[in-house]
Design a protein around this ligand. Structure first.
Ligand code: ATP
Length: 388
């Protein structure tokens, strides 16, 4: 799992999809069963025009099945799928994939090996007049930066170039919506980062609404306008990358989006008393007064806390794990009270394994929190991280 410090979000430097934008896709109470197994329970989702939404979750949680339900490659057992206000699945209707105006970029790119890049891009434009088709293909090859590679066959293209052609082919017929299934999983790590930026640029330039699927949280946070975190066939939270990372609504979301430690503390008036000292109530996001006197768990990411070598009288715990990650070093500290806290320091920092350390909460943002008496999942009426 990637560390919190390395995570960047696309929306920091670019405008998000406007919240007033029209809804282009709606899933309403969608369920999907394979045999006797419920894969998707009761899933509802609305996607706005022009946004990039990523379905993020662990392997087997139902992301690809959701994408296939949207594409029309699977039929739901219950609920409706609506595209541009038209029911395409449900209520006794089923519009086949080729009539939905949806383009799909597959994990393995699925280029036709016997066709050139130009012919691959032109594939979905058979009905177009020759001149129009050639002009559209040229436009797309330019958009994806491969004007000079139109006559190359897929095996003459690099992985990144193949992905650009796959994207251009899906965009060619001007789909209402683009679906991307694990689009970067076939690329090596360095290329993945470059292609994320490039794919986001291309999608934003065309203005197409896009839904992507991944189990890589860094990828989801960096390319998306909104992220839907899925678990066991359901959506746990859907929001901007910053919100799902900084204000997760469940412990599952908190843990899935990066290292998460939970620091228990008792709420007393203007502060929370923890094993690491007082955390001011103002530094905890929306800690409602109904929790006064009760125990809450503060969510601390590794860059929210700092450890330092300390004399026994001042020590809070012991370093039980140390991992050098290049730019940073990750320490795991077992506190004397039994809790474990992870700390991320600069690479030049050197604290030894087994060393006694003090730990301070040094976060410069409001911490999220969870009621401690609901250590598995908070109840709906005990909304954490902002309840009031
Ligand atoms: P991954 O990240 O590993 O691709 P995912 O979240 O995309 O996982 P899905 O591919 O949607 O998960 O699969 C969800 C569950 O549904 C899995 O348990 C899978 O085995 C099962 N499943 C998917 N397609 C079928 C099918 N055609 N028949 C039977 N079971 C299926």
């Amino acid at each position: 799992m990637a560390n919190g410090q390395l995570l960047t979000t696309a929306v920091e430097d670019e405008a998000q999809a406007p919240t007033t934008a029209e809804t282009v896709l709606e899933l309403d109470g969608v369920a999907k069963r394979f045999g006797s197994e419920d894969i998707i329970g009761d899933l509802s989702l609305a996607v706005r025009e022009g946004e990039i939404l990523t379905l993020l979750g662990p392997s087997g949680c139902g992301k690809t099945t959701t994408l296939r339900l949207i594409a029309g490659l699977e039929k739901p057992n219950a609920g409706q799928v609506r595209l541009q206000d038209e029911t395409v699945a449900g209520d006794g209707r089923f519009v086949p994939p080729e009539e939905r105006g949806v383009g799909v970029v597959f994990q393995d790119f699925a280029l036709f090996p016997h066709l050139t890049a130009h012919e691959n891009v032109a594939f979905g434009l058979q009905e177009w007049a020759d001149a129009e088709r050639d002009a559209r293909v040229d436009e797309l090859l330019e958009l994806v930066g491969l004007t000079d590679h139109g006559e190359d066959y897929p095996d003459e293209l690099s992985g990144g170039q193949q992905q650009r052609i796959a994207l251009a082919r899906s965009l060619a017929p001007e789909p209402e919506m683009l679906l991307l299934d694990e689009p970067f999983s076939n690329l090596d790590v360095d290329l993945r980062v470059e292609m994320r930026e490039e794919v986001r640029r291309i999608i934003k330039e065309t203005g197409v609404t896009a839904i992507s699927v991944t189990h890589d949280q860094e990828e989801a946070l960096s390319i998306s306008d909104r992220v839907a975190v899925m678990n066991d066939g359901d959506i746990e939270q859907i929001d901007t990358p910053q919100q799902v990372f900084q204000q997760p609504e469940s412990r599952f979301v908190a843990g899935f989006l990066g290292h998460a430690s939970f620091l228990p503390g008792e709420v007393h008036g203007d502060h929370v008393e923890t094993a690491l000292g007082r955390v001011l109530r103002d530094d905890v996001h929306g800690l409602a007064h109904q929790y006064d006197g009760s125990i809450v768990d503060l969510l601390v990411r590794p860059d929210d806390v700092t450890a330092y070598p300390a004399a026994e009288a001042e020590a809070d715990g012991r370093v039980v794990y140390r991992r050098y990650l290049g730019p940073t070093v990750l320490y795991r500290v077992e506190l004397d009270g039994g809790e474990t806290i992870e700390c991320m320091h600069n690479h030049s920092d050197r604290i030894d394994l087994d060393e006694r350390v003090g730990v301070r909460v040094t976060a410069d943002h409001e911490l999220a929190w969870f009621p401690a008496d609901h250590r598995t999942e908070p109840d709906a009426d005990q909304v954490p991280s902002g309840a009031d």
